[in-house]
Ligand binder design. Structure first.
Ligand code: G
Ligand code: G
Ligand code: MN
Ligand code: NA
Length: 254
């Protein structure tokens, strides 16, 4: 209950911040994007994980203002990196189900882009399979409206939910993110290796880029690279970091 009250005031009190995790092209070693991840510095409980407060925010509807804050902060930050002279990369923002269903989302995104001056192609929204499949036709309409202003999409946690392949074909998406669950047991688990390979092939057949999440070891990187995975994100390259820590990572090659 206290958590709920706290969440209500957290934006105004400046208790949220974003950390950013680099996404790296496996061939060039260049940072092609960063994923924005929210953190809540609670005055008494310390750092609260989004795993705890995002569900609460969804339940109470607070996800709408919080999501807007995330979008705006991520767009302004990416524009600031570009203005500081870093090579341009995209920023990915996680969008949860209720936030995606809000009619105001398209307006929020357009406004964040306009106010920050960030070119829409440098903003990517991460949606999960289950979110899109909940109401496929409606989700497709929203995605197409956002695509029309130039925003990119990726499917997060791919492989753990279920989307029919015929539905996947219709999503206006640029990337599939292989869920960490399949990556973490590489190279020991033959089945997870087979699944990761299958996702890479499927993505490529559909002309999508494939990015692996949760890459922690050289063996995993090698396996994914050998099998044609395009990009990686994970502790092996970098954990999520503060905005000031991004510049040296962008200059560092894999
Ligand atoms: O960093 P990690 O512990 O950061 O994230 C845990 C979960 O919280 C992930 O599933 C991630 O997608 C989700 N998450 C992190 N930041 C955001 C956010 O800004 N919005 C939403 N909807 N989910 C987020
Ligand atoms: O659900 P989503 O993919 O948005 O969540 C990303 C989550 O994965 C965040 O909690 C982030 O901190 C975490 N994460 C990122 N890289 C790694 C990694 O290499 N290993 C593990 N175990 N978690 C990671
Ligand atoms: Mn994500
Ligand atoms: Na994920």
């Amino acid at each position: 209950l206290a958590m709920r009250e706290g969440l209500r005031n957290a934006i105004a009190r400046g208790e949220f911040h974003l950390v950013y995790q680099p996404q790296v092209d496996m061939r060039s070693g260049q940072v092609t994007g960063v994923e924005a991840l929210i953190r809540w510095q609670h005055p008494e409980h310390g750092l609260v994980s989004p795993v705890e407060f995002i569900p609460l925010a969804e339940e109470t509807g607070l996800i709408v203002p919080i999501g807007e804050w995330v979008l705006r902060t991520a767009c302004f930050q990416n524009k600031a990196w570009q203005d500081s002279g870093l090579p341009a990369f995209s920023v990915s923002v996680n969008v949860s189900a209720r936030q995606f269903r809000e009619r105001t989302l398209i307006e929020q995104v357009a406004q964040a882009l306009e106010d920050s001056g960030l070119d829409a192609r440098f903003l990517e929204l991460e949606l999960t399979e289950s979110l899109v499949m909940e109401d496929l036709e409606k989700a497709l309409l929203s995605m197409k409206a956002l695509r029309a202003i130039g925003v990119q999409f990726s499917v997060d946690d791919f492989g753990v939910g279920y989307s029919s392949l015929s539905a996947l074909k219709r999503f206006p998406i640029a990337r599939l993110k292989i869920d960490r669950a399949f990556v973490c047991n590489i190279p020991d688990d033959e089945e997870d290796k087979a699944i990761a390979k299958a996702i890479i092939s499927l993505g490529h057949e559909l002309h999508l880029k494939v990015i692996a999440e949760g890459v922690e070891s050289e063996e995993q990187l090698e396996f994914l690279r050998t099998n044609g995975c395009d990009e990686m994100q994970g502790y092996l390259f970098s954990p999520p970091v503060l905005p000031t820590e991004i510049a040296p990572l962008v200059k560092h090659a894999l």
